[in-house]
Write a protein that binds this ligand. Sequence first.
Ligand code: AMP
Ligand code: TRP
Length: 327
Amino acid sequence: MKKKIIYSGIQPTGNLHIGNYLGAVKNWVTLQNSGEYECYFCIVDYHSLAGNISAKDRHDQIIRTAAELIAAGIDPEKSVFYVQSHVPEHTELAWVFNTVTPIAELERMTQFKDKSEHQAKNINAGLFTYPILQAADILLYHGTHVPVGIDQVQHVELTRDVSRWFNKRYDKYFPETKALLTEIPKVMSLLEPMKKMSKSLGEGHVIELADEPEVVSKKLKKAVTATEGGDKAPGVENLLTLLEQFGSKEASSKFKEAEKDGSIRYGDLKSALANEISNYFADFRTKRNELLEDHDKIAEILMEGAKKASEVAGSTMNDVRKMVGIR
Ligand code: AMP
Ligand code: TRP
């Protein structure tokens, strides 16, 4: 049987949050450490150009994202870990894919609609063709399995379609891709628990892996626990799910029971959770801060990763150029 190829990417938003972690990054580390797969993890800086961040922020955030991913367990010896723009074949293949993708299929993308609303003054063409670049990321390395949060499933399905459209028009060359979800494919915002946790909602909505214990505690104190319509409070559900992930079994079942029989005290739940999260990421924080002392070392790791990625990407692009008749 052919080896599964794991591919995933993340925008250089700087500080990972527990949504990124539980929806994707934790799973990346597990897949990597199983030793069963060839793994590629990419910081997608070209994708981030479609957003609103400044050049200076982007540059800093690439380094910080790299440090955080390594601190969270991505091992550059075990995975190919690199920055998208260091491998120019990504944009080259994206162009080829632009020409096999019907516009109507891109118009269906919910992330495009959401982001257009969010940045109404900057609805650029890159925002629209964003999933095509994502398909190029994955397919350059013949990625078959894509570990992501639930919000990315539509893009992974589009990647599978791009592969089919290309194969139909030219040669049977690219594989079919599938999304790999975790048990918690969608962590909710602390302040608006009907929405997914996302940095774009604002600082108070997310818990970052690097947050110091007092910050975690302060944010959780403000977390919304009120019911919204239905009988179950989505904020409480979210906190209980988080406790299940980060806390001991006993603590988690104790609060679940208390929720059922109505004796739960949200203040206690929040402080228990704050402790568990802070402890869970204590080593992460130390490692991250150490890594950030040495930007040159991070840059070196990323250059090494790009070298490995380039070998595969170069060979795929050679094949593609021949298949489409430009060489
Ligand atoms: P992004 O920061 O948007 O590039 O997301 C990186 C990865 O984290 C993607 O696989 C997302 O699906 C995942 N992700 C982002 N936010 C959440 C969330 N609130 N819950 C679960 N997964 C998430
Ligand atoms: N679009 C993804 C996100 O917003 C990031 C991404 C870019 C990605 N290229 C990828 C994810 C390839 C998986 C595979 O989270």
